[in-house]
Design a protein around this ligand. Structure first.
Ligand SMILES: Cc1ncc(C[n+]2csc(CCOP(=O)(O)OP(=O)(O)O)c2C)c(N)n1
Ligand SMILES: [Mg+2]
Length: 311
């Protein structure tokens, strides 16, 4: 929902939960699916995979498997926008950067360093914590120090410590999230600085296939499942005459058809060429490429020129 409030020239950084961020920032379902399949037609030509989607064209600064890594990258994008506007005099440069991450990531040092810089330089940066209460099997309440007595620690309150607004929002309420996001984005565009948004949410399944999900209570899961934002939004739209049941069914059908098409496209796409293997690995790839015939060329000062068969 937050990304629906952004422009194409805004930036987004993410964690390993980057599939939805890629899709909602404008990357096609075909390119996302092909990336998941490791195919040449993927958004990173099959070299990024599930957790490392990146797309310059749509301002997607990347998924990052290491939690917290995307935050300073997003901050850097916000810094460059502020620099272009304030120092280089590009008055129409009012892009913003939105960084998404989880509650567990708020105990990583880069989070605090980035809050500090964003506040110090009044950067057009928005920090969005998707607080689903758990970091794999570690509960937020157990992992995070709090000065609020026996209450759960509140991440949004950390914003104030750095001199920026901290807002708590019900992450299961699409329209409330939209309202908070629009305000934070407008504030950043006006040059008034960053906002920290804590969206309280939940994941309905284990962290990954490797998580047996035995630690979260049945009651807690049921509490949040009842508040699933998608059926709630559907109800709201029907009750308020925003869409009819037929229109919503048609949207659902279109989405399923798009997913089927993406799977078919990814399935039929070619694998990356062998020559891609070392591309984008070194800053100066000259001499480190793998020849299309699968032979490794080492033509670099300091190396004896020649070839070696690596197959
Ligand atoms: C720097 C780093 N340390 C540890 C991990 C292992 N790890 C993978 S996911 C995860 C939990 C992250 O939880 P949270 O930030 O709350 O995100 P969520 O999955 O709940 O959205 C951890 C610790 C990692 N990926 N990166
Ligand atoms: Mg979490």
């Amino acid at each position: 929902m937050i990304k629906a409030c952004l422009r194409k020239d805004d930036y987004v950084s993410s964690t390993y939960r980057d599939h939805v961020h890629a899709l909602s920032k404008g990357v096609s379902a075909r390119k996302v699916m092909a990336e998941l399949f490791g195919k040449k037609t993927g958004v990173c030509r099959g070299q990024g995979g599930s957790m490392h989607m990146f797309d310059k064209e749509n301002g997607l600064l990347g998924g990052y498997a290491f939690i917290g890594e995307g935050i300073p990258v997003g901050l850097g994008a916000a810094f460059s926008c502020a620099y272009r506007r304030r120092v280089l005099g590009e008055e129409d440069c009012d892009s913003v950067a939105v960084n998404f991450f989880g509650d567990g990531t708020c105990n990583v040092g880069q989070f605090y360093e980035s809050l500090n810089m964003a506040s110090l330089y009044k950067l057009p940066c928005i920090f969005v914590v998707e607080n689903n209460k758990w970091a794999i099997g570690m509960s937020h309440a157990r992992a995070t120090g709090s000065s609020f007595g026996d209450q759960e620690p509140h991440i949004y309150k950390k914003g104030n410590a750095f001199g920026m607004p901290g807002v708590h929002v019900d992450g299961m309420d699409v329209l409330k999230v939209r309202e908070v996001a629009m305000e934070a984005i407008a504030r950043a565009r006006r040059g008034e600085g960053p906002t920290l948004i804590e969206c309280e949410t939940y994941r309905f399944r284990g962290h990954s296939l490797a998580d047996p999900d035995e630690l979260r209570s049945k009651e807690e899961k049921e509490h949040y499942q009842k508040r699933d934002p998608i059926p709630h939004l559907k109800d709201y739209m029907l009750k308020n005459g925003i869409a009819t049941e037929e229109e919503i069914n048609a949207i659902e059908k279109d989405v399923l058809a798009e997913v089927d098409d993406a799977v078919e496209f990814a399935d039929e796409s070619p694998k990356p060429d062998m020559s891609q293997l070392l591309e984008n690995v070194f800053a100066d790839p000259k001499g480190f490429g793998i020849a299309p015939d699968g032979r490794y060329r080492y033509e670099h000062p300091g190396f004896t020129s020649g070839t070696a068969d690596i197959s």
